[in-house]
Design a protein around this ligand. Sequence first.
Ligand code: ADP
Length: 260
Amino acid sequence: QEAPRLRAAPAKVLPEVGKVVAVASGKGGVGKSTTSVNLALGLRALGLRVGILDADIYGPSLPTLLGLVGRPQVGPDRRLIPMEAFGLKVMSIGLLVDDETAMIWRGPMVMSAITQMLADVDWGRLDVLLIDMPPGTGDAQLAIAQGTTLAGAVIVSTPQDLALIDARRGIAMFRKVDVPVLGLVENMAHFICTDCGARHDIFGSGGAEAEAARLGVPYLGAVPLTMELREASDRGRPVTALSPDGVLGQVYTGLARKLS
Ligand code: ADP
């Protein structure tokens, strides 16, 4: 029943952007934004020109993760000029309005904010634009999937069964709108003890990889649960920018290589 409506809006091509890739999750808090930022930096480390659009209207975290303050400028053609951080071009609803303002927006406001961020930002020439999607599989997610020509979607999940069930919904949504699912990133896959170096598979091991196989999507790899990653994110100094050759930097550059 939904399908005809879904096809009604023609997808828009961003002429100066090589590939637009959505980073999505079935639910919040699984590390989608952390993955988006570090994946973007991994792609940057491979020498690509990368932009990142924070479309997580109700919880925009890119400004914090990238230590950005201030407001984007408006160009002569009245388009927004993305801000820059660690070599990335960045646009986020969090740079435009207060968190509290966006929180009370109703559906139509959210839609128009998303449409504006897709259409009215002067990205310049980019090889890749990553879209940090709102979590879930509702109208806002569909609007983005249909409002632009997506080269594909990366799904982020933790190994927990519940998160994987939601990830499955995300995959189904992209398939429904004919967006290829590029793969599943397993975040917080295991914990390496800072004191003893032992590996703990808190949510079991192998579940996410098996689920990816079952769903017929590539398993892109595992990111461990680490204090370093959380602290770096909170400080607005992402690990992949600071130490691309460190253990985590290599994990993300490895993921980026699979997508480039
Ligand atoms: P989402 O975008 O899915 O809501 P975030 O990327 O904002 O999730 O991450 C939620 C919280 O978990 C943040 O505090 C973040 O720093 C932390 N986090 C995410 N991934 C990891 C990880 N692999 N190790 C440690 N902390 C993580």
